[in-house]
Structures are given as C-alpha cells and as structure tokens.
Design a protein around this ligand. Structure first.
Ligand code: RFL
Ligand code: PHB
Length: 389
C-alpha cells in the first residue's frame, strides 16, 4: 500500500487533516486503533472557537454545525453566591459555538465516506520506520494480516497515549508537564440545561461547570479527586454535590434526571516541543494536553491541523519545504499561549488542596479583580473566543 500522508489516529485531528488534504488533491490513509462506534461514543469537548468553526467550514463539514450548533455570546462565572456574566460579544465582537466533539467527528467521518477516503479501523501494532530518510513507512496489523503503508510523510494524530510521539528518540524529546491534584467528574443527562449559557462556578467544595450539548442534553462537571471512581457517584450524590457548588437560584432551577454517561478525566498540562522528527509531524493531543477549564483541547488540535495542512499543501504544490520546517515553531507559539490560558483558568477556579492561606487570598483577589475590571475581562474573553491563527 502507498499513500502521500499516513495519518495515525482517527480522532478529530487525523480526520480533519485527511479531509483538508483530500480537498487539495493530496491522498492519505487514516489508521485508527478503535472501532468507529467507540470513537463516536467518547464524550469530550463541547465548545468551538470561531477559528475552529471557520476551519471546519473550509473543510466542507460546516453545514450541520451551522444548522444545529448553539451560538454563545457569553458565559458566567459564579462565585461568592452570585454570578457574573462575561459578555464575549461586547468585549471581543466574537462568539463561540456549542457543538460537541462527537458531532464534529460524526460529520468528518460522513465527509470522508462521501469522498471515498480510506480510514482503517481496528489497526494494531502500529510502528513507524525510516522517518529520517525520504521514504518512511508504517507497519500495522489489520483484519489479521500484517500490512505496510509506504508514504512521504507520517502525521502523528494519535492522542496523548498513542505510539507516534514515542517514535521520537527520548533524548531528542523536550517535554514539559504539570499534573493537577484533582480531576473532573462529568455526566451527560437528558435534561434541560440550567441556563442558556455555560456557568463556571467556584466554591469551597471545589469547581463546577454547567454546560450542554443541546436544549435537551446537559453536560455537568464537578472537581473531584484524580483517582475518583465514577461508580462511587450514584446520580443523586452527583446532583447534590453540584447543587451545593452553585448559587442558590441556580441550584433551585437545576433539572435533574438519570445520567446517560459518567466519567472521570484527570487534569494535566503537557507540551512536547519536539513536534517533528524527520518526516513525522505530531499534531493535537499527541503533542500537547491542556486541562479542560478553558475548553481549548479540541480547538488547539484544530489550529495545529490548520498549520500542518497548509505546510503539506505548500510542499506538494510548489516543493517549498520552508512551511514544514517552520511548522513546530509556528504551532508552539500558539500552543504555549493557550497552555497559559488553560493553566490560569484552572488555577483561579479550582480548589487546590495544597494552597496556603496566602495563596487562597490571592486566588480570591484575582477573581474579584477579574469581575470588576473590563481590561481583565477582555483578556479572559479574547482568549476564550480564541487567539488568531
Ligand atoms: P484524540 O481525540 O485522542 O484522537 C486520537 C486517536 O488516535 C487513536 N489512537 C491510535 N490509532 C492507531 N494506533 C494507535 N496505537 C493509537 N493510539 C491511539 C485513538 O483511538 C483516537 O481515536 O486526539 P486528537 O484527534 O488530537 O483530538 C484532541 C481532542 O480529542 C482533545 O483535545 C479534547 O477532546 C480534549 N478534551 C476536552 N477538550 C475540551 O475542549 N473540552 C472537554 O470537555 C474535553 N474533555 C478531553 C475531554 C479529552 C479527554 N481524553 C483525551 C482523555 C475528556 C477526555 C476524557
Ligand atoms: C463541555 O461541554 O464538555 C465543556 C465545556 C466547556 C469546558 C469544558 C468542557 O471548558
């Protein structure tokens, strides 16, 4: 088998890259370890920046998003018993869209099918070869047979736990990490969202987030221990804990019901600055992780794909290697700013068990300042709607 770009990972990064390359006449094969149903069953991100929306439209997958996505002109911070609205539209002239990662991925699969794209599911034992020469290849097992895919380039879009980053020799990898001393327990429930916009709440018991997927599907999160077992959280316990962290009026308005999904996600900041090794390029969660507080994971992955697709299209179009050579530096400038924002939002909104009384007062002052200064609110808003590409 031969293709131009071998893409390891059929999550949003891999599918979007494949779609953008295809529209530029460049072939690819996507190798995904899981089944399509498994990939579509994962409940993850929910908020799209306007840059991500524009990229999805450019990839030809914006139609359903524009029809069904919910445009949000603001969100609220809840603390000290009250709420404070951050008016994204007034502060930045821009907005975000609530449209779940599951839907984005579904649209991308439908587009790949319609264009006859090759996505192989259930691949095992992916291994990368000859990355530093000009004829790399990927070997894997698929449907019981050993296969070899010859290619010009390999895109590592296989998420944080995937194998492509490990193909970069350890001494060459420059990695930076912070693991937070808590996680998020999330549920999905077929109930009306407590508000028409998102609410990020801080409370002595810990952080809580009220989000949604559509007007009859709510997504709620509460800060929990990183090693929390979701089975220890029957629905009633979750709803009680959430109510306790919300201002009284919202707690009273909260519609509860059975959860249809419940999971714990650890919180981590991570960057691998080495995003290239010969003909291998990393993108998305394979290269970096942000804590979900700023809703940036999926958006950051899309920005990488924007840069990488442009660079590959330039190489195939004119033979110009400069954009590929500059890919990592260009992507990292935006990655680090987004890491900073996600780290900052996490640090002001969560309860850190090891914080000193002084640090807790600083956290309180920061929130107080944020809700009183239009300069501070504008800084929050411009990061939340997304930094330019
Ligand atoms: P993904 O989505 O992890 O996709 C990687 C794909 O690679 C496949 N893979 C392999 N394929 C072949 N061979 C192997 N050996 C492979 N190993 C792995 C995987 O099966 C998978 O299909 O990475 P991608 O495409 O870069 O997309 C990034 C986003 O998914 C991610 O940034 C966000 O979902 C992060 N994130 C969230 N972001 C938000 O903005 N808001 C959220 O609420 C939110 N919740 C989450 C999240 C990430 C989570 N993870 C990764 C544990 C909740 C969770 C649980
Ligand atoms: C979500 O709806 O899953 C969501 C929304 C905003 C975040 C994180 C997750 O900051």
């Amino acid at each position: 088998m031969r293709t131009a770009v071998a893409i390891v990972g059929g999550g949003p990064s891999g599918l979007l890259l494949s779609q953008l390359l295809h529209r530029a006449g460049i072939g690819s094969v996507v190798l995904e370890r899981r089944s399509r149903d498994y990939v579509l069953g994962r409940i993850r991100a929910g908020v799209l920046e306007d840059g991500t929306q524009a990229l999805l439209r450019r990839a030809g997958v914006g139609e359903r998003m524009d029809r069904e996505g919910l445009v949000h002109d603001g969100f609220s911070l809840a603390h000290g018993g009250g709420t404070h609205r951050i008016d994204l539209a007034a502060l930045t002239g821009r907005s975000v869209m609530v449209y779940g990662q599951t839907e984005v991925t579904k649209d991308l699969y439908a587009a790949r099918d319609a264009m006859g794209g090759t996505v192989l599911h259930g691949v095992e034992d992916v291994a990368l070869h000859d990355l530093t020469g000009d004829a790399p290849s990927v070997t894997f097992r698929h449907e019981g047979a050993d296969r070899r895919l010859a290619c010009d380039f390999v895109a590592g879009c296989d998420g944080f736990h995937g194998p492509t980053r490990q193909s970069i020799p350890a001494p060459e990898r420059r990695e930076f990490e912070r693991v937070y001393p808590f996680g998020w327990l999330g549920i999905l429930s077929e109930t009306a969202p407590v508000d028409h916009e998102l609410i990020y709440a801080t409370h002595g018991d810990g952080f809580a987030l009220c989000s949604m997927r559509n007007p009859r599907l709510s997504r709620y999160y509460i800060q929990c221990r990183a090693d929390e077992n979701p089975d220890d959280w029957p629905d009633a316990r979750f709803w009680d804990a959430l109510r306790a962290r919300l201002p009284a009026a919202l707690a009273e308005a909260l519609e509860t019901g059975p959860s249809i999904e419940k999971s714990v996600a650890p919180l981590r900041s991570y960057v691998c600055e080495t995003m290239r090794h010969g003909r291998l390029f990393l993108a998305g969660d394979a290269a970096h992780i942000v804590p979900p507080t700023g809703a940036k994971g999926l958006n950051l992955a899309a920005a990488d794909i924007h840069y990488l697709s442009e660079a590959l299209i330039a190489w195939y179009g004119t033979g110009d290697a400069a954009p590929l050579d500059g890919y990592a530096a260009r992507a990292l400038r935006r990655i680090w700013k987004t890491e900073r924002f996600s780290w900052w939002m996490t640090s002001i909104l969560h309860d850190f068990p090891d914080r000193s009384p002084f640090e807790r007062r600083m956290q309180r002052a920061e929130l107080d300042y944020l809700t009183q200064s239009s300069a501070a609110m504008t800084a929050l808003a411009e990061n939340y709607v997304g930094l330019p590409y």
